[in-house]
Design a protein around this ligand. Sequence first.
Ligand code: MFK
Length: 561
Amino acid sequence: MDFVQTPPVLGNQFEDDRVLQSFLRRRVPKDALAAMVPSLARMGGRAVGDLGAAAAAARGEDPVLVQWDPWGNRVDEIVVPEAWKLFARTAVEEGLIGTAYERASGEYSRLHQFALVYLFAPSSKVYTCPLAMTDGCAKTLEVAAEAGLRERVLSRLASRDPARAWTSGQWMTERIGGSDVGLSETVARETAEGWRLWGTKWFTSAITADVALTLGRPEGAGPGGRGLALFLVETRDAQGRLNNIEVHRLKDKLGTRMVPTAELTLNGTLAIPVAGLTDGVRNITPMLNITRTWNAVCSVASLRRGLALARDFAGRRFAFGATLDRKPLHVDTLAGMQAEYEAAFHLAFHGVALLGREETGVITEEEAALLRLLQPLAKLTTGRQAVAGASETLEAFGGAGYIEDTGLPEILRDAQVLSIWEGTTNVLALDALRAVARAEALPVFGREVRRRIGAAAGEPTLRAPSTAACAALEHAEEWLAAASRRGGEQVEAGARRFALTLGRTFALALLVDHAAWALAEARDARPAAAARRFARAGVDLLWAEDDSAGDGAALALDRPG
Ligand code: MFK
């Protein structure tokens, strides 16, 4: 018989996940963890059961915009695939938002929620996008809205009843700017029926939402983000008619293809001010910080899924006399992927743990400053890791990784957005600088890195990664001081290398700390091996003699110096 390849097969994604289980065992008290495990095991099974099967069967199915009914009425209906409806129902019933707001596990509720999200994400065709925005809207309403609005909408966003549950969109990006949101041109006007909005939103995810948070400039208000106001829009009225919203077209995107992302015009859309009539950009930042946390967790989930597939395949694929899991070079490549993934996991989930502490009022002042810095760092660091990891996953399958109906190319396409939306790497690097400057987060960050490394002081196998983390931290501290003396341009030009160095340093410190615990708890040497390998792959990305602003412009723009 002719040779055929054997495709990878995945088991229960919770039960097979040493990294998640070990992290939860360490971070969550026994009773609280015991209460979480059944839902995690169920989600781990569904990820390779009904959800995984629905995702695979729906490959190539995109949402469709139907603008007109047969009788000439403008309807702007979005028809979504059946799989999308299954993901929506599952998310509500399994409490992917509800878990965070019910807070049944106190400060550990966010860990519970995001562990569920992490298991769900790779089998959801990026249904995590509407969920992230729903969570972001819930959080924003929780911290900023008056009680009536908060209770009416939040109870639906966090509902476990599919008949009551709502999702939210985030309609921020306009033609004039996705990053510089302060340029937004949408106008808000108070009328006899309430506030109405006029303007065009250029990227709106996801247009099927029941509500959306958006920004508009009240007539006569000043420029920039301060002159904008934050509004909640209910997309349809009681009869199901769109709220003066015209959907022009769905975006034709590289990936996230099942997410209905639209261009639309608000043409007198009724909207409710959420937090006064100024400072819209500042008021929407709770949403940004939540969606960035989702982005980090989903980046880690993508890395983990790619690895699970590549690892299983390595045991089946036979070439040059043995299966790939017996080939030293292939094994070395998988080990590098595993180290990146483990570091990314700890970075993202440490932020989640702090978020849970913030929301239950037990966070310290220092932890709050650290959380403000970790949110952009985790997003930008893991986003880039996810893109590189997805590319490596495809390569681990050779030519099969390049073939659409293996489902593998979709991993790369869906990963690519993780470093773009919710703030590109560069925009987030600048946000990290803002956190360092305003929240004075760097001294706290430094103390936390040193404390985590100190926990491994007695462990000789962790000496090298500990030294690497310490050296990178010191270099980052020195670099910032020196660049600041030389002026704002130097700081800005090096901001990406600075932020990635901080992100990778913190990930390594957490990994070292966890590795020391895993050695002591269960003689498990794998996290220590991951820490050593991650350290060798490069943590400090800063340059010793940094003159980036000097020669950068000549080089980038190819002009004589
Ligand atoms: C799988 C996961 C899925 C996720 C799916 C989501 C899909 C949705 C797709 C999208 O919608 S993508 C669009 C996302 N857009 C962005 O993320 C915007 C990126 N741009 C930025 O983040 C800019 O940094 C920003 C718009 C915030 C800059 O605007 P400004 O007007 O120059 O703001 P400024 O003056 O820096 O900050 C205004 C205030 O907010 C300041 O406080 P004060 O008013 O008290 O001085 C800042 O300190 C504060 N601030 C800014 N960013 C903050 C923040 N506070 C806390 N956290 C932050 N992140």
